[in-house]
Design a protein around this ligand. Structure first.
Ligand code: DAV
Length: 350
C-alpha cells in the first residue's frame, strides 16, 4: 500500500510503524488545581505539589530521552511529528470554569486514529480542553490529503461530573453526566476495539465511540479491571494472537472472549524506576506501557529486564531505551506517542 495514498492508516497496535507523533516535555506543568485534576489525576489523594512548571531537571532529562527515542525511530525511517510549543500557563476557559494547560508529553491521550480517521476525544481534564491545538497543523494537513477528522462533543466538565468524597474501590470519580474519556482508554485490534471504563473514561464515552465507529467495529467495554486511568499499562497488544497482561489487574474471565484463547504473557513485576519527589502520576506498571514498532520489535524502558526477557522468549526483539521520568510524568513509550500510519489493513482477528 502506498503511504502517500492514505494519509492516516491505523488498524492495530503492531503493524509496521511508518509515521508517528512523539510528545514533548517542554513547558510541562501542573495545571491550576481544580476539581478535575483532583478527581482524575489525584483520585482520593491531596495534590502534593503547587501548580506550575515541573522541575527543570524533569523537563530537561525527559527531552533528552525523547531526542534519543526520536533518533532511534528516524534511523528506522519512521516519519516523526512533534507537538507545537505553546504557552501552557495561559488561562483557558469554556465560560463555566477557568484553568490553564497541562503538557504535550502524552499525545496518546487526547485523540485516536482508527482506519483513516483522526478522532479527537473528550478529556475529563479541564486543562486538556484545547490540548489538541498543538496537533492542529498536522490534522489539517492530513485532512487536506483526504483523512477524516472527527471531534467529540465538547464536554461541559462542570463540578457535578466529578465525585471526590468517600470514594471506595468500586466508585469511580468520573460520573456519567456526559461522554468523557481519554483516547488512551482505547486500544485497537482490527475489528475489535477495547475500551476501559475508569476514572479517565465513562460508559457514555464508550457509547459515543461506538456510535461513531458503527457496525463495522466491535467495541468491548471493560469494567472493574483498573479504576485509576488508561488501559495501556494494563493490556498491551503485541501481535495477532499474543497479548501482554498486567497480573495485578486482569482476570481472564473479564477479557473479551476472543482474547481469552490468545497466548498471554503475564508481565513480570515491573522494576520501580522511581519518580521525582512528590511528583508522581503512575504506578510502577508504566514499564509495560510499551510501543510496538512492528510485530517483532518493541520499545521498552531499559530497566524492565524481566519483562524484556519474557518478550524475547516470544521472539520479540526489544529496543531498550531510557525514559527516566515516565513515572513522574505518567507516560511510557505508548503514552508519549500517537500512531498516524501503520502498515496493514482492517482485519477481524477474533
Ligand atoms: O499507573 O498504571 C499509567 C497511565 C498511563 N497513561 C498506571 C497508569
Amino acid at each position: 500500500m502506498d503511504i502517500n495514498n492514505l494519509p492516516i492508516n491505523v488498524h492495530n497496535e503492531w503493524g509496521e510503524l511508518k509515521e508517528v507523533i512523539v510528545g514533548s516535555a517542554t513547558g510541562a506543568q501542573i495545571p491550576i488545581h481544580d476539581i478535575s485534576i483532583s478527581a482524575i489525576n489525584y483520585a482520593g489523594k491531596d495534590i502534593p505539589v503547587p501548580a506550575g512548571l515541573y522541575p527543570e531537571q524533569v523537563i530537561e532529562e525527559t527531552n533528552e530521552d525523547l531526542e534519543e527515542f526520536v533518533r532511534v525511530l528516524k534511523s528506522r525511517n519512521i516519519k516523526i511529528h512533534r507537538p507545537k510549543n505553546i504557552n501552557l500557563t495561559k488561562k483557558i476557559s469554556n465560560g463555566i470554569w477557568e484553568t490553564n494547560g497541562y503538557y504535550t508529553y502524552c499525545p496518546r491521550d487526547t485523540f485516536t486514529t482508527i482506519g483513516n480517521s483522526i478522532i479527537e476525544t473528550p478529556s475529563p481534564l479541564r486543562s486538556r480542553f484545547f490540548e489538541n491545538y498543538v496537533y492542529h497543523d498536522i490534522f489539517l494537513s492530513k485532512f487536506k490529503q483526504g483523512s477524516k477528522w472527527i471531534s467529540s462533543p465538547k464536554p461541559i466538565l462542570d463540578d457535578d461530573l466529578y465525585q471526590i468524597a468517600d470514594i471506595d474501590k468500586d466508585t469511580l470519580t468520573l460520573k456519567e453526566n456526559e461522554p468523557c474519556f481519554d483516547a488512551a482508554n482505547i486500544i485497537k485490534c482490527g475489528k475489535d476495539i477495547l475500551y476501559l471504563v475508569s476514572n479517565s473514561g465513562n460508559k457514555l464515552g464508550a457509547q459515543w465511540i461506538r456510535s461513531i465507529l458503527g457496525e463495522k467495529y466491535r467495541v468491548h467495554v471493560l469494567e472493574n479491571l483498573y479504576s485509576y486511568m488508561h488501559i495501556d499499562s494494563t493490556i498491551s497488544f503485541l501481535r495477532p494472537g499474543l497479548v501482554l497482561l498486567n497480573p495485578s489487574r486482569v482476570k481472564i474471565e473479564k477479557l473479551p472472549k476472543f482474547l481469552q484463547s490468545w497466548d498471554h504473557i503475564w508481565s513480570a513485576d515491573n522494576v520501580d524506576i522511581g519518580h521525582y519527589p512528590n511528583y508522581c502520576n503512575s504506578s510502577t506498571w508504566i514499564g509495560m506501557n510499551l510501543l510496538m514498532l512492528d510485530e517483532h520489535t518493541a520499545v521498552v524502558e531499559k530497566h524492565q529486564i524481566e519483562l524484556i526477557k519474557q518478550l524475547e522468549k516470544k521472539s520479540i526483539n526489544v529496543c531498550a531505551l531510557s525514559l527516566r521520568h515516565s513515572r513522574t510524568l505518567g507516560g511510557g513509550f505508548h503514552c508519549i506517542t500517537n500512531d498516524l500510519y501503520r502498515s496493514g489493513d482492517f482485519e477481524d482477528y477474533s
